[in-house]
Each structure stands twice: as C-alpha cells, then as structure tokens.
Design a protein around this ligand. Structure first.
Ligand code: PLP
Length: 362
C-alpha cells in the first residue's frame, strides 16, 4: 500500500454536494468580490478563533505584510522572524520597508522561544512574527512579555488549541493561509487576518482595498488583496468540520506513537499547553534524506521541507544574521515530514511505521 505525504481530497468527499451547491450559489449571485459570503466567513472564522475581528485577504503572505503595515511597521524598522519556517514568513517583511532580523528556534518544538526572540531584539524592533510551525504553537504570551507586538503566523495552525486559546487569538494580530493543502484549505489562494483590536482591523480593511474606504479617497498606498466570494463560500462549508479534521490529525499522531514510530525516529513534541492539529507530521532523524529516499522507494511520502533555512536563501543574503542559529541549523538538517492528514487510517499509519522500521534496518 502506498501512502501519500498528504491527501486533502479524501476528507472533502462527504462534502461534495454541499461544496457544489455553495459554488453554484456564488456563480448565480452576481457578487464575486467582497460580498456577503466573505462577510459571513469573517464572522464565522472570528467566532471560531475567539477574536472580535477577522478580515479576509488574498493569501497568507500578503496577510503578513498587511498585518505589519497595520501595526505601523515601515522603513527603518526591524521585524524579528524565525529562520526555520516557510520562506513567505520572512519574504512578507521587506515589502513594508522594514528589515527581517532572523531569530533561532527550539529544534524540538520547531518554534521560536522568548529567549531566541530576545537575542534578536534591538531598539529598532517594531514587531515579532511568531510562527506556529507544522501546527505546533509558539509561546506567544512569553514572547509578548518582551514588550513588542506579536504577529502570529498561524498559516499552519488552524485547528490547533492551547490552554490560552486558539492560535490567531494569542498575539496582537494573526495571519492565516487557506492555501489548498492547509488544515482549512480553499480551492485556490486565500488568507485572513484576525485580531481583537477593532482599530487594527479597520486599518487592515483599508489596506486590503488600495488604502481606501470608499473608492473615492485614498488614504495610503495599500494593496489589492481580497478573499473572493467563491473561496469564502467554499471555506464556510468546511469550517464546521475543522475541529473534527483536527481531531483526525491528532489521532493519527497518537497512532504513530502507539505503533512504535518513536523507536526509530524522534517524534514531534507538542509545545507546553498546546494540542497541535499536526499540519505536517515532522519527525527528526540524523540521516533524514536517506530515510526519505528509502521510504519513497517503498511508496511512502516523505520530505524535508526547509532543508535550507530562510536566512541562508540567496534572496535573504542582505539580511544574514551575524550570530549563528544553531537550533535552526539542527532543525533544518534533521527534520522529515511523514504522511499526515485528517483521514489517515490506522492501516496507513501501520504501513508507514513498517516502512520506517524496514528502512532503518537496511
Ligand atoms: C508558515 C507559513 N507562512 C506563510 C505562508 C504563506 O501563505 P500563502 O501561500 O497563502 O501566501 C505559508 C503557506 O504557504 C506558511 O506555511
């Protein structure tokens, strides 16, 4: 039996008729951009996350740029961001005029900590981007206690819970991606910004629409960054199922542990107080690419996502940190994503664990 790295299609099969009906409803409505579906999704997603405000935007990358702009980040400022993340977390900073300053991560949780962020702070730091990587939860309260506004990059953490609330409700402002492979995925690009601060949300709404409130006056240089009606309607069908899908991901994680995967590789470790809806199930191994090749040969999806950390990417050369980032280098060298999904079955888990066992014995 082959097992793909991820399978977004299977959990959607029972929703096929509802999704079709929602798509047709929008096609027939004559309203395609910033209409009632987006407004309804914003209400429903803010309630889900546990915040007062949600603003739909075009994707998770622009969500970060716009969130930073709303916080007043601009030329001459610095924004701290972990280097072990998807490239977009850092790429979103230079368009504001500010400079990314890379901080280290804990190689066990894959997230920044208050210590790694503190080491990157300077008097020019205007904000910190804390990434809830792979669905784990970064320690937002501890980072916020350093006295700098925290932008949660929650692109990979929809469905995760923590004892302090859901990702998206823990920092000053937060960003989501609804890229199709995400825990809550659209059928194209989409994103959202959540916050408890109505004034910040108001700035975000103006920025997402060309810096204008009324298409007549333009207050500042903004963006054309809107969630469209079709994506919002399709997301609304899925949102009521997000928690059940998150439970499916957690159950698959428990099944991996029960099946003895931890005898062969280091299992992912939830951050204190977090109950992660694993977006990617990322283990650690001393020779991950050899293991990935052996698993691929056996039909099992396996992949290192961020083998080259962001601060070592050519486009980020100008922002290279002066100090080493040892946790980042370790995470980049050892991580390996194994199959994960809301519908991953016990048989599939056993197949993956059997293939890992056979691969490490080779
Ligand atoms: C951690 C993280 N940040 C930001 C993004 C950017 O989101 P998008 O692809 O919707 O622009 C993604 C996903 O792609 C991501 O995984």
């Amino acid at each position: 039996m082959s097992v793909p790295l991820f399978d977004p299609a299977t959990p959607l099969l029972p929703l096929r008729d509802e999704l079709h009906a929602a798509a047709v409803r929008v096609l027939d409505s004559g309203s395609y951009v910033l209409g009632p579906e987006v407004e309804a999704f914003e209400r429903e997603f803010s309630r889900y996350v546990g915040v007062r405000e949600c603003v739909g935007v075009a994707n998770g990358t622009e969500a970060i740029t716009i969130a930073l702009r709303a916080l007043g980040v601009g030329a001459g400022d610095e924004v701290v961001v972990p280097s072990f993340t998807f490239y977009a977390s850092a790429e979103a900073i230079p368009p504001t005029g500010a400079q990314p300053v890379f901080c280290d991560v804990d190689p066990v949780t894959f997230c920044a900590t208050s210590d790694t962020v503190r080491a990157a702070l300077t008097p020019r730091t205007k904000a910190v981007i804390a990434v809830h990587l792979f669905g784990n939860a970064a320690p937002i309260a501890e980072i916020a206690a350093l006295g700098v506004p925290v932008v949660e990059d929650a692109a990979q953490a929809a469905g995760t819970t923590t004892t302090a609330g859901r990702p998206g409700a823990l920092g000053t402002i937060a960003t989501f991606s609804f890229y199709p492979s995400k825990n809550l995925g659209a059928f194209g690009d989409g994103g959202a910004i959540t916050t408890d601060d109505p004034q910040l949300a108001d700035r975000v709404r103006v920025l997402r629409f060309h810096g204008s409130r009324d298409k007549v006056g333009y207050e500042e240089v903004g963006y054309n960054s809107r969630l469209d009606e079709l994506q919002a309607a399709l997301l609304r069908v899925q949102l009521p199922h997000l928690d059940a899908w998150a439970d499916g991901r957690r159950a698959a994680g428990r099944a991996y542990a029960d099946a003895g995967l931890g005898d062969h590789v280091e299992l992912p470790v939830p951050a204190p107080g977090a109950d992660p809806a694993w977006h990617l199930y990322v283990v650690r191994d001393e020779r991950p690419d050899e293991l990935a090749a052996a698993l691929t040969e056996r039909g099992i999806g396996a992949r290192g996502y961020y083998r080259t950390p962001v601060h070592r990417q050519p486009a980020m050369r100008a922002f290279a940190p002066s100090a080493d980032l040892p946790g980042t280098d370790e995470a980049a060298r050892t991580h390996l994503a194994l199959p994960m999904g809301a519908a991953l079955s016990r048989e599939q888990v056993d197949e993956v664990v059997g293939a890992v066992r056979a691969s490490v014995a080779d």
